[in-house]
Ligand binder design. Structure first.
Ligand code: FES
Ligand code: FES
Length: 168
């Protein structure tokens, strides 16, 4: 079996590992280093469940090879919260506004929304719904997710206005 050595940062920690060149990033995160918060739904780029941040950009980790993440900074859903009492604004809003039911899609929504709302906290509901169309949820009907995302956007705006904007 041919392997390649990669070195990347995952949730702030350096990871050095040998991987098969065919291993996609989602499998590497889940099976290589045990971060099972990244979920796999379709494995061909449709559902968004596997979304993680790579150098701050939301990426479908089922469509990216682990070797392509060599040298990158990856944030998974496990890296969004400081701890259970320190949820990111989006996580806190999902909890408050019932943005999840079974939770299978949730890591993908949280990571996608982290990039989206940090870059564009002024987004309106119509555009938000269009952006969210890249993540599929079979349970919620999206109402709670949209409410949560709009509340989180407001939290980001207020944080930016007070100069307290963070990195998540
Ligand atoms: S598992 Fe990657 S987009 Fe569905
Ligand atoms: S909460 Fe079940 S798929 Fe979204």
């Amino acid at each position: 079996m041919t392997t390649k050595s990669i070195s990347l940062t995952v949730n702030g920690k350096t990871v050095d590992q040998e991987v098969e060149p065919r291993t996609h990033l989602a499998d590497f995160l889940r099976h290589g280093i045990g971060l099972t918060g990244t979920h796999i739904g379709c494995e061909h780029g449709v559902c968004g469940a596997c979304t993680v941040l790579v150098d701050g950009q939301a990426v479908r980790s089922c469509l990216m090879l682990a070797v392509q993440a060599d040298g990158a900074e990856v944030t998974t859903v496990e890296g969004l919260a400081g701890n259970a009492d320190d949820l990111s604004p989006i996580q806190a809003a999902f909890r408050e506004f019932h943005g999840l039911q079974c939770g299978y899609c949730t890591p993908g929504f949280l990571t996608s929304l982290t990039q989206l709302l940090m870059e564009n906290p002024d987004i309106g509901e119509e555009d938000l719904r269009k952006e969210l169309s890249g993540n599929l949820c079979r349970c919620t009907g999206y109402a709670g997710i949209v409410r949560a995302a709009l509340a989180a956007a407001q939290a980001y705006k207020e944080a930016a206005a007070t100069g307290m904007g963070g990195s998540r």
